[in-house]
Design a protein around this ligand. Structure first.
Ligand code: UGA
Length: 461
């Protein structure tokens, strides 16, 4: 099928290449020329395991094209994915200006029936709003005498469908090929059927991943949730908010465990075995960050407020998460007493492993607080090599592990990169001034570190 993906961010890029891989003809469009140039020379704008080889393979087989030509791409393709960013506005609500721009482009370039797929995370009701903008733009075109050869009513010229994504950074490709479910929300049965046809190889798990070393799950049929537009939009917010709630919940439990002398890892294992609870997303630590949970949970509270619904639970989820970062600062003070003049090394900066994304990374908040308290902060991350300029964080970036451990009074593990479990802590410890470690993800082996002479502090254990 002929697909156009507008926006080559995380979602657009991964969606585009995966659709090409299962046999569709995909054009990925972005107005950012530099980004398209990068992609054409097989340089990825994001760090995502497996992405570069998949992109190269599909460019070579001519199933994937990158371009800045939005109008030509809309005209030549039948299914148009909107995958542009919806960054948070200062009040926490989603900024829809990019979605609006794209909807206008689609309207003014509509030359045949199109399915418009909204994959960007948008506030409830945005599907109808997109329809309105496309219609307005079409009508403007008609009024100016340029009808793109379409002469029936606007209603039959396009259908809008919400198809939220549930991919995680770091595992985005396997999440796309092996999703837990596919959500399709539209008033149009035709649109839902066309999308089911598009996703058929994924729904029936019938595709070959020659160059990719993923372990396919059981090749059972992937459930498809067919629903209305608004419910599909809500599913996205509710899913992310529930996961964030689960993490804030276990972090609050961790804080109680710490006082009462219980071990949150054991508690999480004990409750997670209850199939009604489930063991995933119960890792206590310095909390959630990234570009999705913070934005989506806040946006949902704004949506609730618009309807006069008080989102007490979600606001607490956000507060617990902010506190969780500050708790680490308190732990540092308890441990070092005087923070001023102390040297603190961070292992990991990105908001989670296997990504270079530092947006709302807990590590950065903690670093900032420690710098403000007068500490000398150093950091090493396997992928993040520079601090985003916008953050103005005074952190010494280390090129290797030795530099981050050398002369440090404390090491804080902020991101559970696999390689941090494999560090030779015995030799690294010898480089330190004081062998203190705060394990912000409960990721390291307390017994081994303690045996080596480290003073180990976990979160809730
Ligand atoms: C999240 C969702 O998991 C995806 O389903 C969704 O599609 C995506 O947002 C999105 O809306 O685009 P992502 O932000 O990539 O994905 O990362 P997660 O793996 O969900 O982790 C989010 C944060 O929670 C990270 O900071 C992670 O360290 C933290 N976390 C996760 C915990 O603190 N404890 C856990 O048990 C799990």
């Amino acid at each position: 099928m002929k697909v156009c993906v507008i926006g080559t961010g995380y979602v657009g890029l991964v969606t585009g290449v995966c659709l090409a891989e299962i046999g569709h003809s995909v054009i990925c469009v972005d107005k950012d020329e530099a980004k398209i140039k990068m992609l054409l020379s097989n340089k990825m704008p994001i760090y995502e395991p497996g992405l570069d080889s998949l992109v190269l393979k599909n460019i070579n087989s001519k199933k994937l094209i990158f371009t800045t030509d939005i109008s030509g791409s809309i005209k030549s393709q039948d299914i148009i994915f909107i995958c542009v960013g919806t960054p948070p506005l200062p009040d926490g609500s989603a900024d829809l200006r990019y979605v609006e721009e794209v909807a206008k482009e689609i309207g003014s370039n509509l030359n045949s029936f199109k399915i418009i797929v909204n994959k960007s995370t948008v506030p409830i009701g945005s599907g109808d709003w997109v329809s309105m903008i496309v219609n307005d733009s079409l009508n403007e075109k008609a009024a100016s005498g340029n009808t793109n050869n379409m002469n029936n009513t606007n209603a039959s010229k396009f259908d809008v469908i919400s198809n939220p994504e549930f991919l995680r950074e770091g595992t985005a490709i396997s999440d796309t090929f092996f999703p837990d479910r596919i959500v399709l929300g539209s008033a149009s049965k035709k649109a839902i059927d066309i999308m089911k046809e598009l996703y058929e190889p994924i729904i029936n798990q019938k595709f070959e991943l020659a160059d990719i070393s993923f372990d396919p799950k059981d090749s059972k049929r992937i459930p498809v949730v067919e629903t209305d537009l608004v419910s599909a939009e809500m599913i996205k917010y509710a899913a992310n908010s529930f996961l964030a709630t689960k993490i804030s919940f276990i972090n609050e439990i961790a804080n109680i465990c710490e006082k009462a002398g219980a071990d949150v890892k054991k508690v999480a294992a004990g409750i997670g075995l209850d199939s009604r609870i489930g063991s995933k997303f119960l890792n206590a630590g310095i909390g959630w960050g990234g570009s999705c949970f913070p934005k989506d949970v806040s946006a949902l509270t704004k949506i609730a407020a618009e309807y006069g619904v008080s989102s007490q639970l979600l606001n607490s989820v956000i507060n617990v998460n902010s506190q969780q970062r500050l708790l680490v600062v308190q732990k540092v003070q308890e441990l070092l007493k005087i923070v001023k003049g102390k040297s603190i090394g961070f292992l990991g900066i990105s908001f989670k492993p296997d990504t270079d994304d530092t947006r709302d990374a807990p590590a950065i908040t903690i670093m900032n607080n420690l710098v403000n308290l007068g500490a000398k902060v150093k950091a090493y991350d396997p992928v993040v090599k520079n601090m985003p300029d916008t953050l103005n964080v005074k952190v010494i970036m280390c090129e290797n592990l030795e530099d981050v451990f050398r002369e440090s009074d404390l090491i804080i593990l902020a991101t559970e990169w696999k390689e941090f479990a494999e560090i030779d802590y015995e030799s690294m410890g010898k480089l330190m001034r004081e062998m203190n470690v705060i394990d912000g993800r409960n990721f390291l082996q307390r017994d081994i570190l303690t045996g080596l002479g480290f003073k180990y502090t976990g979160i809730g254990c």
